[in-house]
Design a protein around this ligand. Structure first.
Ligand code: KIV
Ligand code: NA
Length: 264
């Protein structure tokens, strides 16, 4: 397989081929995820929760992200590598460009930040340095303390309109990809139809250009209650590579997500 690039992701959107994405945090899992034909791997700041055991992503540092990005880059051959910008690492344009540069030099092909319209200036500074950017909208875990918890976003008409306007503003500022987390399916579908760039969803229903899950969640680790949008692919698989291959297949075929994984 040829390396997945931003151009290839745009072509997949244009041709209606679903983009299969997963998180990874180390070289060994990165190898398995790559071999399964995953299009995009995110070194998520979810590592603060699944690797470090914190209750939120807020404690994650730039050094943590650089370290795990390096580890994952070692395991990939063709999968497109995105790295998360952690809490407060993009609080102004200069800081954002410096920190994004560290992640690119660690092996990322794109960085992701959690943004509302207020991040337009930061995104345009990154775009000005030819740093590909993904803007993460909807439920933004780094804002958990201000938001007062993790919950579905964009349910009220005004919030939905604001999210649509944010998506437009951030693409206008230079975002090359959008990610929607925990957004009602109709709103996610509207944003995707309107966006000139690919839109990846998690808990955003089937009407987006691609899907992402936290690797450990879709492997059923640890056992116990999971967000409703998660499917445990280990339940019907003989081993981890088979579970990851089944996920990629299910995203490509439209089998995942099913209606019960979304929000109205
Ligand atoms: O950090 C992460 O894993 C993420 C995904 C859930 C999208 O941002
Ligand atoms: Na994240």
């Amino acid at each position: 397989r040829k390396p997945v690039t931003l151009r290839r992701l745009a072509k997949m959107k244009a041709e209606g081929e679903k983009i299969a994405c997963l998180t990874a945090y180390d070289a060994s899992f990165a190898q398995v995820v790559d071999a399964a034909g995953t299009d995009l791997v995110l070194v998520g700041d979810s590592l603060g929760m699944v690797i470090q055991g914190h209750a939120t992503t807020v404690p994650v540092t730039m050094d943590d992200m650089v370290y795990h990005t390096r580890c994952v880059a070692q395991g990939l051959s063709t999968t497109f590598l995105v790295a998360d910008m952690p809490f407060l690492s993009y609080s102004d344009p200069v800081r954002a460009v410096d920190n994004a540069g560290r992640l690119m030099q660690a092996g990322a092909a794109m960085v992701k930040l959690e943004g509302a319209a207020g991040q337009a200036e930061v995104i345009s500074a990154m775009a000005g340095q030819d740093i590909p950017v993904c803007a993460h909208l909807g439920l933004r875990p780094q804002s958990v303390h201000k938001a007062g918890g993790f919950r579905v976003q964009g349910r009220e008409d005004t919030a939905a309109a604001a999210m649509q306007a944010d998506a437009r503003a951030l693409v206008e500022a230079g975002a090359d990809l959008l990610l929607l987390e925990c957004v009602p399916r109709d709103l996610a579908e509207r944003i995707t139809r309107e966006a000139p760039v690919p839109v990846i969803g998690i808990g955003a229903g089937p009407g987006v250009d691609g899907q992402i899950l936290v690797l450990y969640d879709m492997l059923g680790i640890p056992p116990g209650p999971k967000p409703r949008f998660v499917r445990d692919f280990m339940a019907d698989a003989d081993d981890v590579p088979a579970a990851i291959a089944a996920y990629v297949q299910a995203v490509k075929s439209g089998d995942y997500p099913a209606p019960e994984h979304g929000f109205e």
